[in-house]
Design a protein around this ligand. Structure first.
Ligand SMILES: NC(=O)c1ccc[n+]([C@@H]2O[C@H](COP(=O)([O-])OP(=O)(O)OC[C@H]3O[C@@H](n4cnc5c(N)ncnc54)[C@H](O)[C@@H]3O)[C@@H](O)[C@H]2O)c1
Length: 418
């Protein structure tokens, strides 16, 4: 029998870890799985991995501990997670010691609240700062009762923004107005562009080294706005500014798994381009595991993934846009960022970042996340495309170019007016 070392699976509960510890399937092994029941959750663990002994799993002090003799990948509630031996030098928070300060700007909103809950459950977080122009104290008081390590504090209004941001490692921005029926993402531009600009100015002043995850739409424009603001402040690091497109990947994985009757845990569809309408391009030909699509299936799935936000907007009938799935996706992305910061060596996510993979200055592809943010942009996403995908890339570039320019112009016009 393999020698056993204790492996800690760092989670406040397995359920939250399931939300938070996804590994991009490009780095996850699609191993066959079996399920083991714990008191209040199910742990589906990959079988056949060296040294992993599920029979000795136990829950202790909020952490799931598994007996293992090395690094292994397992999955929890459909999401692949990584489990490391306590003795591994590159392991994440080894005994649950929390290591990062995270600020959520717009924390009282439809996305902000569930996102803050999921972040509160992350073992990577020592401090969770909640900021909103609306009263966020109640959200913080409520979350502070969860017995997970992150310390929660509330900051309301512009006068308290500096305190919310001071020395944080990761800033997540879901502040802004959501889309209502009949609105396009670009309709939101003028309101949300101004909100993102002023929040990123404060980030530049108070935590210039932080990673920034931008959720506020239109992401295709708000990310270039953030970049211009940071450049004007002399603190722009393109490796640290991300447009969060994870929801497109989450949706693509879900819809493809449903359509092809695959297990969700196995499915990964890279989604490239941008984050609005036809700029969202799921690369179905690069779906893992390999699966054949009829041309009409490609068309149907692509259009559904591109318009999935509208499905939710219409179903909510005036009560906002995607909030819960977005919070889930943003929490997954934030967790991946923190795993990268923590030195994990195999963290991959799709994100909208400054990039040279096309002639556009910003483009979403798979990126490798590391200690300084983007460690590598995975340009292979764009090689070996089908004719359908090649045409779609050309078509999206024109629209994306316009959105990028709109953002840059907005930021520069504002700067000139100051
Ligand atoms: N990237 C994505 O995939 C994605 C998906 C869904 C929604 N969104 C976008 O996320 C944003 C938020 O959506 P929501 O449904 O949570 O909206 P919401 O209206 O429920 O919440 C927005 C919150 O932002 C706050 N806010 C407004 N101005 C602020 C400021 N200057 N500083 C701090 N907080 C401020 C509001 O008080 C509110 O609490 C929208 O722009 C929406 O379009 C993005």
């Amino acid at each position: 029998m393999a020698s056993m070392a204790t492996t800690a699976f760092h989670a406040a509960t397995a359920a939250n870890r399931a939300c938070l510890s996804s590994i991009a399937a490009s780095s996850a092994s699609p191993a066959s799985c079996r399920s083991v029941s714990f008191s209040s959750f199910r742990l589906a663990a990959a079988s056949g991995l060296p040294g992993l002994s599920l029979s000795s799993a136990s829950v202790r002090g909020g952490f799931v501990r598994l007996q293992s003799d090395g690094v292994s990948k397992v999955s929890v509630q459909g999401m692949p997670v990584q489990v490391r031996a306590d003795s591994s030098a590159s392991a994440g928070p080894k005994s649950g010691s929390s290591t990062f300060k995270v600020a959520v700007l717009g924390a009282a909103g439809g996305i902000g609240q569930p996102l803050s809950l999921l972040i509160k459950m992350s073992p990577f977080v020592s401090e969770l700062r909640l900021y909103d122009i609306a009263n966020v104290k109640g959200v913080a008081a409520d979350l502070s009762h969860c017995n997970t390590p992150a310390q929660v504090s509330a900051y309301t209004g512009a006068g308290e923004l500096a305190g919310a941001l001071k020395d944080v490692d990761l800033v997540i921005i879901p502040a802004g107005v959501p889309r209502k029926p009949g609105m396009t993402r670009d309709d939101l531009f003028n309101i949300n562009a101004g909100i993102v600009r002023s929040l990123v100015e404060a980030v530049a002043d108070h935590c210039p080294n932080a990673l920034i995850n931008i959720i506020s739409n239109p992401v295709n424009s708000t990310v270039p706005i953030a970049a211009e603001v940071l450049k004007a402040k002399g603190v722009y690091d393109p490796k640290k500014v991300f447009g969060v497109t994870t929801l497109d990947v989450v949706r693509a994985n879900t819809f493809v798994a449903q359509k092809k009757n695959l297990r969700l845990i196995d499915v990964n569809v890279p989604v490239i381009g941008g984050h609005a309408g036809i700029t969202i391009l799921p690369l179905l030909s690069k779906t893992k595991p390999t699966v054949e699509f009829m041309p009409e299936e490609v068309e149907e799935l692509t259009v559904r993934i591109q318009n999935a936000g509208t499905e939710v907007v219409e179903a909510k009938a005036g009560a906002g846009s995607a909030t819960l799935s977005m919070a889930y996706a943003a929490a997954r992305f934030a967790e991946s960022c923190m795993r990268g910061l923590d030195g994990d060596s195999d963290v991959y996510e799709c994100a909208y970042v400054q990039s040279e993979v096309t002639d556009l200055p910003f483009f979403a592809t798979t990126v490798k996340l590391g200690k300084k943010g983007v460690e590598e942009i995975v340009g292979e996403d764009l090689s070996g495309l089908t004719e359908y995908e090649k045409k779609a890339v050309e078509a999206l570039k024109a629209e994306l170019k316009g959105s990028i320019e709109k953002g840059v112009q907005f930021a520069n016009k504002q700067a000139a007016a100051v």
